[in-house]
Design a protein around this ligand. Structure first.
Ligand code: ADP
Ligand code: ZN
Length: 763
């Protein structure tokens, strides 16, 4: 019997074994997609292995359909998925799903596969339309056999069937045109994908003559030497903001590609680093694939095919690009490696940086982790010699770092009352920049207008009915669907919204409980800052950048390009405005509440605060004029704020690592977090206690601590109660194995447990 092991899209499930009937001439290779039965359903899975034998007494069900004769996912990626599934305790199927391009796994492939074929004109492409009305099954009886044949051909083959294949199989342009006329396929121009930033007028042409600074030169030499050796290495490029790391990435990528290998560049968010994409585009032309958020599923899919077929030398993308199907990567760069957006907060809960390192290890590639504020984990690895440390201490052209000054908000309150949001020194500095026609960034890492509403008479508050949080207050008219109102001149009305489950309601004029008309706002977020900036500086052109304001695709890019073009004076925003930008006309950065993150019961709070402040201060003074940052805080003495002001990374690292060592926190130990969900608190607590009871003897053997169970900080989420516990120890593999064994013996409970290995956010 011929047996294959198949990863199926069912949570937590290990691969299942199926038998391949004689009617399939070839054994589907590892990486091929197959349709297999699971229970009463048929699903599309991926072959991950060839099984030699089965336990006596079990019988394997048959594979129903084989989609690919050649591996669809390259075997190296299948192997990487296996690692992700194992390490992060996710299902193999979940990991494979993360690696597949969109649309490649839907069960009714004919409905969703988008296949491109050139028509007679050669310039146009034909796509199978993805909506359900195009299902050949529904319209099947009215199609000619030829038309049906084309749809079936497109549907059952791997997507990206080249035009020549269709032609070879006797499909005429006429047939395709008729299908298009019926709305079953769409015809469009096939051009090389264009850079969205180029359209937005943000193109960067490469200055080939540019001389590297001595520091850049030395760093590049070290890294090039590591790359040339052709083996697996990890380097940490610690370069202050504005030290010219991007130029080093580019030259390194050119070198690796010249040697016949490929480069992968991971960034936290493409739209936030447009100059990186533009620079690579100008150097590599169409040999670079950029996975920006403005791409549709279909475009993403096409790009995946281009990478898969070897037409691409450089891939630039976010977290999921770590699974890009490059055949021989020689260089993997993780820019802003400290950024928490590399961690996926749903299954598989992987960290893109860590998976990148594993990917590079199997490919014998060089990893470059770049940051001005490396994570404690990475810097510790450099300090102990596990990674090669490469440092850039100065900005290019010897530009000075921004000067940072603190404003103690307690003094402002004493002077100006408790409602002050923009302090006098910050207001004066903004006015000065407006007068000089320079630009300003204002950061507040909290969305919305106010953080809560309460009744002054009876104290009633507006909580989410599903989650244990109060509703955030937004201006009702700040709707992304009505961009004319986003600019802030809102007509009255408030909307309370839960940032976890999206529940929302209109905030009434009077209290729901006591009818008193005294509803008040507490706290403030970016919407209020935007309003205040507009009121105090009516001549300023102001825009806001946060997840609410950029919900529409492309709106972030367009806001940033307007700012870059000088059409805006002030950008108010969340941490989105702190990342990676290079706006030479920004000479002032204001931080409204530096301590937003410090109140959280999270051992990484100081690290996050330090990173955010250092990064945002690093946005100022990147051009000719010197930059200044003004940081408002209630805790001017806190070490993360003090050291961020001095932009003293190593001072911060020394202090923070001592704290982590003392408290036995990562990176000194490993953590595994498990959240158990239940309909009632007692139900969740009972299940968690039972897991912990079974874990304890095993944990003792690998000398790891089990902490908890205890109510999770977010005690209720989407209607479910949450109880959590932690494993803390140094033997990560044994800790994972112990938890896995315990959970495997409790399948009913398992479905209500979320495991997070190396958690970043614990809520
Ligand atoms: P980082 O990523 O380290 O913060 P960037 O790569 O964004 O810094 O570079 C900062 C600025 O300096 C960019 O505008 C870049 O074009 C410019 N730059 C980089 N290298 C040089 C150089 N050797 N000479 C002149 N300008 C440079
Ligand atoms: Zn909610």
């Amino acid at each position: 019997m011929r047996l294959v092991s198949v990863a199926v899209p069912v949570p937590f499930l290990d691969p299942l074994t199926y038998s391949v009937p004689e009617s399939f001439p070839r054994l589907p290779p590892v990486g091929a997609r197959v349709r297999v039965p699971v229970g009463k359903r048929a699903v599309v899975g991926c072959v991950v292995g060839h099984d030699a034998a089965l336990d006596i007494g079990t019988t394997a069900r048959d594979v129903v359909a084989v989609f690919d004769e050649e591996p669809y996912l390259p075997p190296a990626i299948v192997e990487l998925c296996g690692w992700v599934a194992d390490y992060y305790m996710a299902g193999y199927g979940d990991a494979v799903a993360a690696a597949m391009p969109p649309g490649s796994r839907r069960d009714d492939a004919s409905k969703t596969q988008r296949i491109v074929a050139a028509t007679a004109h050669g310039l146009e492409t034909v796509r199978l339309k993805p909506d359900s009305t195009t299902s050949p099954r529904r319209s099947g009886d009215t199609l000619t056999p030829k038309q049906r044949g084309v749809l079936e051909m497109l549907a059952s083959a791997a997507p990206g069937l080249p035009a020549s294949v269709l032609r070879d199989r006797g499909v005429t342009a006429d047939v395709i045109r008729r299908l298009a006329a019926r709305g079953l396929v769409a015809i469009r121009d096939e051009r090389d994908e264009r850079d969205p930033f180029e359209r937005a007028g943000m193109a960067v042409t490469r200055d080939v003559e540019r001389r590297l600074t001595a520091e850049q030169e030395a760093a590049l030499n070290t890294l090039a030497g590591l790359a040339d050796s052709g083996g697996f290495k990890v380097a940490l490029l610690h370069g202050v903001t504005g030290s010219g790391k991007t130029e080093i990435y580019l030259r390194l990528a050119e070198r690796v590609c010249a040697a016949g290998r490929q480069a992968l560049l991971m960034v936290p968010e493409i739209a936030l680093t447009p100059s990186v994409s533009a620079l690579f585009r100008s150097a590599f032309g169409t040999r670079v694939a950029i996975q920006h958020s403005a791409l549709s599923d279909g475009e993403r899919h096409d790009q995946w095919q281009r990478i898969r077929s070897g037409k691409v030398d450089v891939v630039i993308g976010t977290r999921s690009a770590v699974f890009a199907p490059l055949t021989n990567p020689g260089l993997v760069i993780v820019d802003e490696e400290h950024d928490s957006s590399y961690k996926q907060e749903e299954s598989p809960r992987y960290h893109g940086r860590d998976v990148a390192i594993v990917r590079a290890r199997t490919a014998s590639a060089l990893v470059v982790l770049g940051s001005a504020t490396p994570s404690m984990e990475s810097y510790q690895n450099a300090a102990t010699g596990k990674y090669v440390l490469v440092t850039l201490e100065r900005r290019v052209m010897d530009r000075p770092l921004a000067t940072v000054s603190l404003v103690n908000m307690r003094e402002e309150y004493a002077e100006d009352g408790p409602d002050v949001v923009i302090s006098r020194p910050l207001a004066a500095a903004i006015q000065q920049r407006l007068d000089r026609q320079e630009q300003v960034l204002v950061l507040l890492n909290r969305r919305g207008y106010a953080t809560a509403v309460f009744c002054r008479q009876c104290g009633d508050t507006f909580e989410c009915p599903n989650c244990a949080v109060s509703l955030t207050v937004h201006r009702r008219s700040t709707s992304s669907r009505r961009p004319e109102l986003v600019e802030g001149r809102a007509r009255g009305g408030w909307r309370g919204r839960c940032h976890y489950c999206n529940y929302s309601l209109d905030v009434p004029k009077a209290c729901r409980k006591c009818a008193a008309p005294y509803l008040e706002h507490a706290g403030f977020g970016t919407e209020k800052i935007e309003q205040q900036v507009r009121e105090r500086f009516p001549q300023a052109r102001v825009a806001r950048v946060d997840r609410d304001s950029v919900r529409r695709k492309g709106s972030l890019t367009s806001l940033l390009s307007r700012f870059a073009a000088g059409e805006l004076d002030v950008l108010v925003g969340t941490q989105m405005i702190a990342k990676g930008h290079d706006f030479p006309r920004v000479t002032l950065v204001g931080v409204i509440s530096a301590d937003v993150g410090l109140g959280l019961a999270d051992f990484r709070a100081a690290e996050r605060t330090f990173q955010l402040l250092t990064q945002v201060a690093g946005r100022a003074g990147r051009g000719e004029q010197t930059g200044e940052a003004i940081v408002q805080t209630l805790y001017p003495g806190h070490y993360s704020i003090q050291l961020a002001c001095r932009q003293d990374y190593s001072g911060f690292f020394d202090k923070e690592i001592a704290y982590r060592r003392g408290m036995r926190y990562p990176p000194m130990v490993a953590l595994v977090n498990a959240v158990v969900r239940g309909r009632t608190f007692d139900e969740a607590m009972r299940a968690a206690s039972e897991i912990v009871r079974r874990l304890e003897p095993m944990a003792g053997r690998v000398s790891c601590l089990v902490l908890g169970p205890a109510p999770a900080p977010l005690g209720r989420l989407r209607g479910e109660h949450r109880v959590q516990f932690f494993l803390k120890g140094t033997k990560r593999a044994e800790m994972r194995a112990a938890l896995k064994d315990v959970l495997a013996a409790m399948p009913e409970v398992r479905r209500h447990v979320t495991v997070d290995v190396d958690p970043l956010n614990v809520l």
